[in-house]
Design a protein around this ligand. Structure first.
Ligand code: HEC
Length: 106
């Protein structure tokens, strides 16, 4: 029983760091799933063919994608155009990973 307070502090810290990962619309997103989906759907391979390097130059936070909602909307559009058949929570997960790694919207 003596260690209960410590555990709740650790749990509180863990959930705070998840929230710190960015925009409200991405709270609770499954980042591991998002990374996996990005790997599984050739996102990076195709972007590399377009812009070279590691492909990340395609992500332009100062371009037309200027809000978290626009980012998610773009992924939804790719989902339909590329016929990826992603579920809404998968689109959110992908968006959250791109936001964490590239766009960094708050
Ligand atoms: C068949 C090639 C191809 C695949 C596969 C692809 N993309 Fe793209 N993506 C592009 C191209 C080309 C652009 C740039 C479009 C433009 O400039 O009009 C782009 C642009 C984007 C952008 C917008 C970048 C910006 O800031 O303007 C995002 C976000 C994105 N892709 C995410 C993804 C994700 C996530 C996946 C995988 C689920 C994916 N793409 C799969 C070709 C692809």
């Amino acid at each position: 029983m003596t260690c209960t307070p410590l555990i709740s502090v650790l749990l509180a810290l863990a959930s705070m760091s998840a929230i710190a990962q960015g925009s409200a619309i991405f709270v609770g997103a499954d980042l591991q799933l998002g990374s996996q989906l990005i790997a599984d759907n050739q996102c990076v391979a195709c972007h590399q063919r377009k812009v070279g390097g590691d492909g990340s130059a395609i992500y332009q936070s100062s371009g037309r994608i200027d809000t978290p909602g626009a980012l998610r909307g773009m992924i939804e559009q790719c989902n339909m155009e590329l016929n990826l058949a992603l579920f809404p929570d998968e689109v959110t997960a992908i968006s959250a990973v791109l936001n964490r790694d590239h766009y960094r919207f708050k």
